[in-house]
Design a binder for this molecule. Sequence first.
Ligand code: LLP
Length: 411
Amino acid sequence: MKKTARAPLDFSTPDLQFDGLKLSNLVQEIETPFYLYSEKTLKDQYQTFMNAAASANIQNPIVCFALKANPNPWLVKTLGSMGCGADTVSGGELTRALECELDPNKIVFSGVAKTQKEIAKAIKANILSINVESMEEMEMVAATAKELGIKANVALRLNPKVNVITHKHISTGNKSHKFGMLSNDARALIANKDLWQHANLVGLSIHIGSQLTDLSATAQAIREMVGVANEISTPLKFLDVGGGLGIDYAMEDESKISSPEKYMQVVAENLKGLKNHEGVATVFEPGRYIAARCGVLVTRIVRTKTSEDYRFAIVDAGMNDFARPAIYDAHHEIYPITKAQGETFKWEVVGPICETTDCFAKGRELPSLKAGDVLVIADTGAYGRSMASHYNLRDIALEYVITNKNEILKI
Ligand code: LLP
């Protein structure tokens, strides 16, 4: 059974509201297409995640928001003000996290292709850890640290060889994937004393995929990490369980999706085997769960057209603004901003880009639509604006937020 959409969207009035504001009013002031975020929902998602960790008795949780999901400075600073840190994967993201004054002690730096320049920046900033993904990278980290005369904080990202149930493009925890290192390779690296003269082993990490709805692979991966941790005699500061918690994009059946509570129970249960690391912190790297719900993409229909039995609603946002449906065939709910009664039709909601994959929904049941009507594409706060491009030399949708004071800010 279909549920009605949740905050920040509210369908109780004929005009769709976002955080209590009528979108029909807003689109008279702001030119489409644009991203619109809710401060309240962003904060609620973060708080729900933290509360779930607390209720599962996770000791010392550190949330490092995956900046790739949404690196907008306003958003990053807002999360920072709540005590959140960052998972970064490039020099650019590391710079963003530092410029937004996140606590360096809550910043981790992942990624398989860190350059020497990026590694040097991370070492100098004295962040919580560089999450090293190969022996070859570790050699570069050690050499860079030696040259700088500063010890590097290192966590080893393991590849636990698990099969994850998610879209194949966002599965990262198997040996055929470029990410992390196999446990035996990590063991060999740990035993290589030369490499540790200029680095401290502060933790282990995993990240096995994104939009995870089934947690058995997560459980298995955590147990694998705990097994390696139990063989390490020096004290570790943290175990990093990565990101990946999924959301219910279709808003159909939440029971199919792992709630943060269920997720935290699985994490807590599988960390129990850890033996010799008193007071070790648990690092989380959620991106989607924190940011997806808080954002919508608001887009106007430029024109409609038909092709025998196909009806097209051609909107002013394209796959350059929002790529998830084009890349992953991702489902996002789409709503007109004014409630229409009566018959519905099957619509192809497409953008202006010269590619067939520039399509936000195929055969979607929507009411009668016409040029000038405005639609919102829901749950686009994560991997929306951050994956946008200027393809077709198009401008990219700007970003706005409705604050808790009901102000609309361009961010
Ligand atoms: N940590 C690492 C090392 C990652 O690579 C990722 C995501 C995360 C954390 C955050 O994962 P999350 O909690 O957001 O699932 N563009 C794709 C998602 C790619 C995710 C890549 N890595 C999408 O739109 O679905």
